[in-house]
Design a protein around this ligand. Structure first.
Ligand SMILES: [Zn+2]
Length: 682
């Protein structure tokens, strides 16, 4: 975690790239930052070429001047290691650092996130640079965090990676026979007689149209290997920093719901999780909430850093709409409401060249404080200063959890059949959004995490049940827990090999059902079913199941097709708990109705009763609870407060029963002493 003994407020700032500007402009930047209440700058994110002109030479002189200027202005530093983009000279002299893409094409120098993670050059010079920086800046009290590289991502299929993949497989499986068994290589005559026969699964081998694969086992392991390869490089940098600065707080910035890397595995090695949060135009607010809850769940609920967001626009979408007045403030507080303890931007000063020149910034091309965006930034800076340390380090006590697993995500979307419309995030989002929109706090956690504190655990589309994860859920349900899973679950084990004996495999006894077939519905077509007196759509996949101890709780099963009447929603009493199965994908109204029923049965209270599209979350610490109310609509709403409380942003106290207003996109934060009603998650 961040060192809270050194913080007296939520840090406010972001990525600053003064190396792109003449030095004489820097003091004016500092004036603008002070005006906006900025007190942290992330420095040195893309400066490798500037600070290392050759193999045996570092030049930190300009970075020294930037650091000193920030310190003189009372600004803390998040020090990046610059290894997110290698220098051109390095690519020319040591071409092994260049990546090879999925078509087998060796890339030339260019772009960023461009280093092969298994390149001897990268593994030598990347960690060496991190070590040199840490040695040079050790003892600087102003540095509150070390930011390794930047947005690790992508993949490489070069010969170095191929050799390293074989080593990774030897380490994992021991023998070639074990690899053959894990990948079921008897299929299509793939049997290997030595590790040297194994090649990378790119378009020259197993890959076809749209990155799909003919051999799931090897492609799944390659994704794991690529995530592990980048993590290994990250940890080499972390080791170098820690050996120079033993109490360093180390992070790297995650890209929210990014498929490429197993963040659950990465987060174990970081001191604090950091999020780059860029909702797309039209994203529902619950998707952004899910992003935040995922970040919080990666380290057992520890607060995280909001490392990047745009003050106004992004530059990479087809249509980069402005954040409407008030939305910058709303989305910043939304992050805090879910567990962020910093509010930071990309970028602090708008570049004039290359692909991010139209991305929003604290200091825009106009260089003026007399802009709408700057005024909103400065007003938020004042609010954060006034709030001080009150909410820092507070935690969320969610009573509901949604299981989330990268292996499962990769395996589902590698799968050939039953439907290309099956999307993991969509199915996770259906259950998460229902709970969040009813204002239940929700944790996103890995399937091997302890579940005992939750009254409700949902595992949407739990296709791959690894190792003893089923035993974790079995113990939870037997002990009295309420568990929900959905269609196409329990199908395979950790190597993507089908668990035979009937679906849903290792979950059969918990769920008390047997799924005999699943019918993929073509896009645009649907079946339906009735639950709680209403009819709901059934789409994407319709499991056709038999009850084996479970009871049907929908009313009459599917309404159409040859499997009309087959159960859709079932419950199995297992030990002291209950396990529910939803045999198809339905619409948002169904999930709200069904999960709402389960929450009420479990005596779970939402954070607060609020109008639609107003979000209420709760963080707690030291005898107090903080309830965040966020109005995601442009229209004003009124809310009745159920507890005696004090308001933290606008000031004042309110007795229980007071009616208060939220303007469009408004945010209000209330402190409720323990002992008051409301905010009852345990
Ligand atoms: Zn490579």
């Amino acid at each position: 975690m961040l060192d809270y003994t050194k913080l007296d407020k939520i840090l406010y700032g972001g990525d600053y790239n003064p190396e792109q500007w003449p030095e004489e402009t820097w003091p004016e930047d500092m004036r603008m930052f002070r005006l906006a209440g900025i007190d942290i700058l992330t420095l040195n994110v893309f400066s490798w070429a500037a600070i290392q002109p050759s193999e045996d030479c570092y030049d930190f002189s300009r970075l020294d001047r930037i650091v000193e200027l920030a310190e003189k202005n009372g600004i803390r530093i998040c020090m990046a290691t610059s290894t997110g983009a290698h220098p051109a000279w390095m690519a020319m002299r040591h071409p092994d650092i260049l990546r090879t893409d999925e078509h087998g094409i060796r890339r030339k120098f260019g772009s960023r996130h461009n280093s092969c993670p298994n390149s001897p050059t990268y593994l030598k010079y990347g960690p060496a640079l991190a070590g040199a920086l840490a040695q040079h800046y050790r003892g600087r009290e102003s540095i509150v965090a070390w930011h390794i590289s930047n947005e690790y991502s992508g993949e490489c299929y070069c010969e170095n990676c191929e050799k390293a993949f074989r080593d990774w497989l030897k380490e994992k499986y021991g023998t070639i026979e074990a690899v053959n068994a894990a990948w079921d290589t008897a299929f299509w005559g793939h049997t290997f007689y030595g590790f040297e026969e194994i090649v990378v699964p790119d378009y020259r081998s197993e890959m076809f149209e749209g990155g799909r694969t003919t051999f799931q086992g090897i492609s799944l392991d390659y994704r794991r290997f690529m995530s592990d390869s980048m993590l290994r490089e990250c940890l080499l940098e972390a080791d170098e920093i820690r050996s120079a600065v033993p109490d360093a707080v180390i992070t790297t910035n995650f890209m929210a719901l990014y498929k490429g890397l197993d963040y659950a595995k990465w987060a174990k090695h970081l001191d604090v999780v950091a999020l780059d949060c860029y909702p797309s135009n039209g994203d529902p607010w619950t998707r952004t909430s899910m992003t935040h809850d995922q970040m919080r769940g990666l380290k057992n609920g520890d607060p995280y850093m909001l490392m990047e967001q745009t003050p106004s626009v992004t530059n990479w979408q087809p249509y980069n709409a402005l954040k409407r007045p008030g939305v910058l403030r709303l989305l910043s507080w939304q992050a805090v409401a879910h567990g962020a303890d910093t509010v930071m931007f990309f970028q602090m000063k708008q570049s004039i060249g290359a692909c991010e020149k139209y991305h929003g910034a604290v200091i825009s091309h106009a260089g003026s404080e007399d802009t709408r965006v700057f005024r909103e930034i400065a007003a938020l800076g004042t609010e954060l200063k006034d709030l001080g340390a009150r909410t820092l380090g507070s935690r969320t006590a969610a009573s509901a959890a949604v299981l989330f697993d990268w292996d499962n995500w990769w395996a589902i979307e590698n799968s050939a059949g039953p439907s290309t419309d099956i999307r993991y995030l969509t199915e996770v989002g259906r259950m998460y959004s229902a709970l969040r929109s009813m204002n239940y706090d929700v944790d996103l956690v890995a399937p091997d995490q302890p579940l005992d504190t939750y009254r409700l655990v949902c595992a949407p589309l739990w296709y791959m049940v690894k190792g003893r994860d089923d035993e974790n859920v079995r113990r939870y349900v037997a002990g009295g827990g309420t568990f929900v899973t959905s269609f196409f679950s329990g199908i395979v084990q950790e190597n993507d090999l089908v668990t035979t004996g009937g679906y849903p495999g290792k979950l059969r006894d918990i769920l008390g059902i047997w799924v005999e077939e699943n019918d993929a519905l073509p896009s645009g077509s649907q079946n339906s079913f009735r639950y709680g007196g209403r009819e709901y759509p059934a789409g994407i996949l319709c499991d056709i199941l038999h009850l084996r101890g479970a009871q049907q709780i929908d009313e009459g099963g599917y309404t159409g097709d040859f499997y009309k009447g087959s159960p859709v929603v079932t419950v199995n009493h297992f030990g002291k708990g209950r396990a529910y199965y939803i045999a198809t994908a339905s619409g948002p109204e169904f999930y709200r109705s069904f999960l709402g029923d389960l929450c009420r049965e479990q005596g779970m209270e939402p954070v607060m009763e609020v109008p639609a599209d107003v979000e209420a979350t709760c963080r707690r610490k030291e005898g107090a609870r903080f309830v965040f109310l966020l109005n995601h609509k442009a229209e004003a709403v009124k809310v009745r407060i159920p507890w005696d409380c004090a308001e933290l942003l606008k000031g004042g106290t309110y007795p229980a029963g007071s009616e208060i207003g939220l303007a469009g996109y408004d945010v209000r934060i209330f402190e409720i002493p323990d002992g008051s009603a409301g905010c009852q998650q345990v």
